[in-house]
Design a protein around this ligand. Structure first.
Ligand code: SF4
Length: 427
């Protein structure tokens, strides 16, 4: 007797947001697949559409909400799930009276939910602990070591969305890595809103990082994000001692003005920040340092902005994520005085131009040097060129024969085009 083919219900996940949202999408995908649902590439082919959105930044939330609005006209028998921290921020707002829409933060209950005829019957629960389910990509394993945040920076909605900080156990972290790495994994990224405040039993982040580096010697180890007030130079000592801990530190400074740092409740001064960078560079001269900077902050005047530009020049960040401040409801900064929109746009442009010139100057120093690159994919522009990242997290285009994805190659940098280093495989 031939086998009966059972048509499975299809789903598509659309993600708007950061690594945490990507991670959540992996969780949702694995839960639904385990229950027999089939993931499809095209939204048209999906019966269930999951919109996993971020609400930390106004821009990301607007894009996700715009996308959701556009779906309302194309129902076609589809059902829609809104997930991620966007769901958390919408849970008390009755904006979707439609029974084909549901806002859910409780992913493990999704299969149960999908059995409901009418989504309105569902009651929302809070975000759970999903440290046991991991994101798998071909190359990087993203692994949250904690969730939530206790800092309450005055502009940030994360503590309200993701709740109190909870560190996952060391054993869970190690076991989860073992369970989820495969022969394609080359890198482990430890994630947390503030990894420096990780604490479980007697393990702080420095001890956890060392343990992971020792257990997984063949993997590159990275981490995101560090808070300047909690960051300890001992982490840089580990980078110097363990070759597999990448010499890259992402330390979001946010602004170069002490007045604004106080207003943002960041709990450090520009001097503290400079001293920490100085210590880090004394331990590891070649460390790569990247940051986040906002402009157009409430009460930001020309002097504050000039202080930020000065800091960029003083520190010479290897790279920076720069953006305009946007107000988030339910945060303290929501009630503060706005900066003029035109002024903040022009400040952002000035800042981006300055940082780009700093980055170009630093990249030029790389020409002639050899760097270790792990090849991640074929370059979009040419099949003869490969794209990878070096230990400092710089994107590098590699030319050469006999290159395969996941190869670890030594590359000599021959030129910088725009802000991308190009190199030739040496061995
Ligand atoms: S430390 Fe980061 S996540 Fe926590 S409140 Fe501040 S900006 Fe938000």
């Amino acid at each position: 007797m031939g086998r009966l083919s059972v048509k499975r219900e299809t789903f598509k996940i659309v993600t708007y947001g950061c690594e945490m949202n990507d991670y959540d999408s992996e969780i949702i995908s694995s839960i639904l697949k385990n229950e027999g649902y089939e993931e499809v590439f095209d939204i048209e082919d999906a019966k269930i559409v999951v919109v996993n959105g971020c609400s930390v930044r106004d821009h990301a939330q607007k894009r996700a909400l715009g996308f959701i609005q556009s779906l309302k006209g194309k129902k076609d028998g589809k059902r829609f799930i809104i997930a991620g921290c966007l769901a958390k921020s919408l849970e008390n707002e009755n904006i979707f009276s439609d029974e084909s829409f549901i806002v859910s933060t409780e992913y493990k209950k999704l299969p149960e939910l999908l059995k409901l005829k009418n989504f309105k019957e569902f009651k929302i629960n809070s975000l759970g602990n999903y440290s046991d389910i991991l994101r798998k990509t071909d190359f990087t394993l993203y692994l949250p070591i904690m969730k939530g945040c206790n800092n309450f920076c005055s502009y940030c909605i994360v503590p309200y969305l993701r709740g109190e900080e909870v560190s996952f156990s060391v054993d869970d972290v190690i076991e989860n890595i073992k369970k989820n790495i495969n022969d394609k994994t080359g890198e482990i990224m430890l994630l947390g809103q503030n990894v420096n405040s990780y604490f479980y039993d007697s393990y702080d982040f420095v001890r956890l990082l060392e343990k992971v580096a020792k257990e997984f010697k063949d993997m590159r180890i990275r981490f995101l994000t560090s808070h300047p007030k909690d960051f300890s130079p001992d982490i840089v000592k580990l980078m110097a001692d363990y070759e597999n801990i990448c010499p890259h530190l992402h330390l979001p400074v946010q602004t170069g003005s002490d007045k604004l740092l106080r207003l943002l409740h960041r709990d450090y001064t520009v001097k503290d920040f400079l001293e920490k960078i100085d210590k880090a560079r004394k331990i590891l001269k070649d460390i790569s340092i990247t940051t986040d900077i906002m402009v157009g902050l409430p009460y930001e005047n020309e002097k504050d902005f000039e202080d930020t530009l000065k800091l960029v020049l003083d520190i010479e960040f290897d790279d920076a994520f720069m953006y305009k401040f946007s107000k988030r409801k339910n945060t303290l900064a929501y009630f503060m005085e706005d900066c003029d929109k035109k002024v903040s746009s022009s400040r952002l442009k000035k800042l981006i131009d300055l940082q780009r010139s700093v980055k170009e100057k630093k990249l030029k120093e790389l020409v002639g040097r050899e760097v270790e690159v792990i090849v991640e994919k074929v370059s979009k522009k040419s099949k003869k060129e490969y794209y990878g990242r070096d230990r400092h997290n710089r994107s590098v285009v590699v030319n050469g024969d006999d290159i395969k994805i996941n190869d670890k190659v030594i590359v000599q940098i021959v030129q910088i085009k725009g802000i991308t280093p190009y190199g030739i495989k040496k061995r």
